[in-house]
Structures are given as C-alpha cells and as structure tokens.
Design a protein. Sequence first.
Length: 142
Amino acid sequence: MKHTRSIPRHHAFTLLEMMVVLLIIALIIGSVAVMVQGIEGNAQSVTTGAKIKALETALTSYKIANLTYPTQQQGLEALVTMPAAEPRPRRWSALAKPDALIDPWGRKIGYRNPGKRNAGGYDVFSLGPDGLENTEDDIGNW
C-alpha cells in the first residue's frame, strides 16, 4: 500500500469573486455615507431645538428680573448685552453667550415680541436649513 503525498494546491480568488467582494464593500460604504448625512441634518435640528429651549429659559429669567420680556427692538441681544433702548432693565445680567444666538446654519435666531405664532407671547425661531420663513423646516417655540 503506497501512500502518495498530495502536493498542496494554492487556491486563488477568481476575478469574479474579487469583484463581488468589492461590490459588497462599496454598497456598505455608500449606505453608511447616506446614514451619516441624515444623522448630521437631524443633529442640527435637535441642536437648534435645544438652543431655542435654552433661550426660552433665559427669557423667563429676564422677565422675572425685569417684569417684562425684551422688546422687539431690544431682541435676543438683551440676553447678551445690556439694552440701551427703553425700557431699560432694572436688574440686568448676561443670561446667554453670543454664540447661543446663532443657529447651526450660521444665521441669527429670530425673536418677535409680540409673537405671530404665539399670540400673547413671543416667538423664538430658526429659519432652518433653507433660510426661508414660513416653510416646513422652520424650528421654533410653537
């Protein structure tokens, strides 16, 4: 009984197998890129909502100290620097930092007193990614 020793063969990938693997990798990378892009847009909206809530809290503190909200003319800047316009606040302190007044798209967060959407109150809002007012992507305290 003779034992023949088989010579080990080195198997290589075929061109077709390599193409299938590269296609799968490309699909995975493409899917991740699309998901990350959606997450970034959502993160900007969530960040804007949080900034608006923080500004509402600062406006409430301003009203408690001064018995009124900042006027339309004074704007949200009254939370950062002492207003020069009347009515001048009785007790003023900085309640926000300047960057709190800028949305993730680089535009100033809007303020209306009296509000259009909050009758009897005020509006704090961002125009969203498109920068246009009264569109679906606006983010505000309404």
